[in-house]
Design a protein around this ligand. Structure first.
Ligand SMILES: *[C@@H]1O[C@H](CO)[C@@H](O)[C@H](O)[C@H]1NC(C)=O
Ligand SMILES: *[C@@H]1O[C@H](CO)[C@@H](O)[C@H](O)[C@H]1NC(C)=O
Length: 467
């Protein structure tokens, strides 16, 4: 274009000069565009480097160094603080921690108890696994959550048609698991996978037929201080945390210092259940094995009816926090990301058992640090007998498949009980450890309609009046 400029000044006809000027202008235009693109590119590249540099900084200074802990700097406090990835820390948590530095252990405990009774029971979230077709269970869950003040997220179950052997882990016992059992395991595994991918704080997982007490928030809040006492009583230290950059990685930083009574584990309102100390915390098994049952703390709980039998010991209005001996049923359990990673790995290596037995194996070998409650706070519900639901196969999902409707001539003496109680739900018969004061589903009629159960009869079809 410099050439164009020169020729333009050496006596050509006017039109050709103006054409050359236009030519030159359009070139200058391109020049400007090029300049703008260049500047934008430079900014973009610098920005990329800046972000990369910043995250390198965060990884080295925030993840590896001792972390800021509410209430002080003792080693015991550091190890039970839940520490999200640096990215997650940026979501405005900083100010809160500074405030909490001023709080006494008593104030921290009070806050911790409050959070343990919040709408997610002190966990990051409550996830509810349900099969697509089970609208009935979805409704029962909704009613319970509504009355007891829980905030529950749906998590899709893995349906039979989503199971293809090609996507299942290897097993040394081919043919042992039913498709329903594989689907059940996979739904849990999907949550574990999500937890490990994002290193999420502890989550409470509920299965579709979970039932609980109307006052579950108060029950969990009361439990909280005793749970912390229990961890102190058993001299708990943080479990090995293999996630990238964790200060609790025993392979990198050595085993944690032994528990010292001078530095008791203190409450942490951000993580009321002190999830660095466990992999799994079952609040809703249907049976528990004997191993480690004597490692326990018993506390008074008004919401527990008296008369339970704890390994030969008659219990009053009391609940037991114990080291788990392995559970059956995964109706309600909390899991930390360390637990999620362990279970994901174990089942990826060999899917040789249903989900609860996989857990039990790891508990019995003491690879999965696990605690539980007796009686559990969550149980399974089923329909009362004689209302036609057994005929539909509605009491279990494990066998899968299509179901037939209740036949018209079904024998249904159960409706008489429904008229008396206002409830079609009861706790699952063969679970002997269930002990509710006010089972939310049984209370639903009285709570929601505000009438005695007898009144339910008035809302039914009456052949005499034809209404
Ligand atoms: C309940 O408390 C926990 C722990 O502090 C917190 O992570 C969770 O977000 C709280 N739930 C709600 C709904 O605020
Ligand atoms: C906990 O440690 C104390 C000493 O610090 C010891 O006396 C006690 O037996 C330990 N308890 C357990 C359950 O290990």
């Amino acid at each position: 274009m410099l050439m164009g400029e020169q020729t333009g000044t050496t006596g050509h006809s006017w039109s050709s000069i103006s054409a050359i000027i236009a030519h030159w202008r359009s070139y200058r235009h391109i020049h400007r565009i090029a300049l703008v693109i260049f500047v934008l590119l430079t900014i973009f590249v610098l920005e990329r480097y800046r972000t990369a540099l910043a995250s390198t900084f965060q990884t080295s200074s925030e993840t590896r160094d001792p972390i800021a802990v509410p209430g002080g700097n003792s080693a015991a406090q550091q190890e039970n603080h839940y520490e999200p990835y640096p990215e997650a820390t940026n979501q405005g948590g900083g100010g809160k921690h500074e405030e909490e530095t001023q709080l006494t252990p008593e104030q921290l405990l009070e806050l911790s108890q409050t959070n343990a009774g919040n709408s997610t029971l002190g966990f990051h979230a409550i996830k509810y696994i349900n099969m697509k077709a089970r609208y009935d269970r979805e409704d029962a869950m909704a009613l319970q959550a509504y009355m007891s003040g829980l905030d529950i997220e749906d998590y899709p179950a893995v349906e039979a048609d989503m199971i293809d052997p090609v996507g299942m882990p290897p097993t040394h016992r081919p043919g042992k698991l039913k498709t329903g059992e594989k689907g059940c395991w996979r739904a849990h595994a999907n949550i574990w996978s999500e937890m490990t991918r994002h290193r999420l704080p502890p989550i409470l997982i509920l299965e579709s037929d979970a039932a609980w007490d109307l006052n579950i928030r108060a029950i969990m809040s009361r439990l909280n201080s005793h749970f912390i006492s229990f961890l102190n009583q058993i001299n708990s230290t943080a479990v090995h945390d293999p996630s990238f950059g964790s200060p609790n990685n025993h392979k990198v930083h050595g085993p944690p210092p032994p528990y010292s009574p001078d530095k008791p584990i203190v409450a942490n309102p951000d993580d009321p259940w002190l999830s660095a100390h466990w992999d799994l915390f079952s609040v809703g098994q249907c049976f528990e094995y004997t191993q480690d049952h004597e490692i326990k703390l018993v506390y008074d709980d008004e919401s527990v009816p008296e008369g339970n039998d704890y390994w030969g010991q008659k219990m009053g209005k009391e609940r037991v926090i114990r080291k788990s001996g392995g559970i059956t049923c995964t109706t309600a359990y909390a899991i930390s990301h360390t637990g999620a990673a362990k279970l994901l790995l174990r089942s990826a290596l060999d899917l040789d058992n249903p989900v609860d037995l996989l857990m039990r194996r790891l508990v019995m070998s003491r690879d999965l640090v696990s605690y539980s409650l007796f009686p559990p706070v969550v149980a399974q519900w089923e329909y009362i007998g004689g209302i036609g639901m057994g005929e539909r196969g509605a009491q279990s999902d494990i066998n899968g498949g299509k179901h037939k409707d209740t036949p018209e001539n079904a024998h249904m003496p159960g409706w008489k009980d429904v008229k008396d109680t206002g409830s079609i739900w009861t706790t699952k018969g063969h679970h002997r450890d269930v002990a509710f004061d006010k089972m939310a589903l049984k209370e639903a009629w009285t709570e929601i309609i505000g009438e005695e159960p007898k009144k339910f009869e008035e809302s039914l079809y009456n052949p005499e009046t034809g209404n």
